[in-house]
Design a protein around this ligand. Structure first.
Ligand code: BG6
Length: 293
């Protein structure tokens, strides 16, 4: 029997496509109130992801340069060294795009692209994220890449799956068609059995004008790098003059987490995302509307 203090947490996949997700949503709401249901995206339990909104909105000088006047491109990637290990039954149905891009990466990008919410409370944050998701479009390029790692077919064969067409690698280009971001390529990339495990969000700023660039050799484009894992950090790459020299540029990286006591073995995110539903806090959980988008 449903008691209104019950909470239900869904791990993905929340349906396998729009139709099945909507059906699940309707059935959930029929049994539970919307406030009782939480769809978990464990990336939102990660410190660096939660820090995106703080960096942006607690520091006006960052907020004011995050748009298409200054940003050249945004890259977001989750690369893994492991293959599908023992999850082939699940993975073979979904592939890289549904496993990582449609949830973790679209959710993360909605934080970096969203405008300042009216208030910093769950409802308004979700309203802004939703606007971003509605404006995101896959670019009509032939540069998108999908692939499959070499031993995947053999692994699949052990489970009786022949000639699997599943993507284990995907690189997709998006555009956000609003005034703030129109024209800035957003590149998302994910894959299994790659060189190493690494998840990052890079905001690449535009280069200096050609004239300035040639008069300051060695100058690099500014960057903000959100290190999601294995290391957690926010790094800012800027150019400064070398001490006692006149025109040689030295590129410095400021590590913003250095000063603080961060957990050397960070949780993958699930811990926090179990306690929030107990407290009825929806801030870090995608809404059904976001999922549909
Ligand atoms: C899960 C995917 O959501 O995220 C897995 O289903 C993937 O395939 C995992 O390995 C990656 O999570 P993390 O926290 O290690 O980046």
């Amino acid at each position: 029997k449903n008691n209104k203090n019950n909470k239900v947490i869904f791990e993905k996949p929340f349906g396998l496509d729009l139709e099945s997700a909507k059906k699940l949503e309707i059935n959930c709401i029929r049994v539970f109130g919307e406030n009782q249901v939480f769809v978990l995206d464990h990336y939102f339990g990660k410190e660096t992801i939660q820090n995106i909104l703080f960096l942006k909105f607690a520091n006006p000088f960052f907020e004011n340069v995050l748009d298409n006047r200054y940003v050249e491109s945004i890259e977001l990637f989750v690369e893994e060294d492991l293959g599908v290990v023992n999850r082939i039954d699940y993975y073979n149905e979904v592939g890289a795009v549904k496993d990582i891009i449609q949830n973790h990466l679209l959710q993360t990008i909605s934080l970096i692209l969203m405008d300042r919410p009216l208030k910093f409370i769950s409802k308004y944050i979700h309203d802004e994220k939703l606007k971003v998701l509605k404006n995101l479009e896959v670019l009509p390029y032939n540069l998108h890449l999908m692939g499959q790692y070499q031993s995947y077919a053999n692994e699949a064969k052990i489970y009786g799956i022949k000639n699997p067409k599943t993507d284990t690698f995907a690189k997709i280009f998006f555009n956000c068609k609003n005034k703030r971001w129109e024209g800035v390529p957003i590149i998302m990339r994910t894959g299994k059995k790659l060189e190493k495990k690494c998840a990052r969000l890079n905001i690449n700023f535009k280069p200096l004008s050609k004239e300035l660039e040639s008069s300051v050799p060695g100058v690099q484009n500014n960057k903000i790098i959100f290190h999601i894992q294995p290391k957690e950090d926010i790094e800012i790459v800027i150019n400064v003059k070398k001490i006692l020299e006149s025109d040689i540029v030295h590129t410095s990286s400021f590590s913003l987490y250095k000063e603080y006591a961060f957990d050397p073995n960070p949780s993958d995110g699930h811990k926090k995302l179990i306690s929030d539903p107990i407290n009825g806090d929806h801030t870090l959980f995608p809404t059904f509307e976001e999922l549909e988008e």
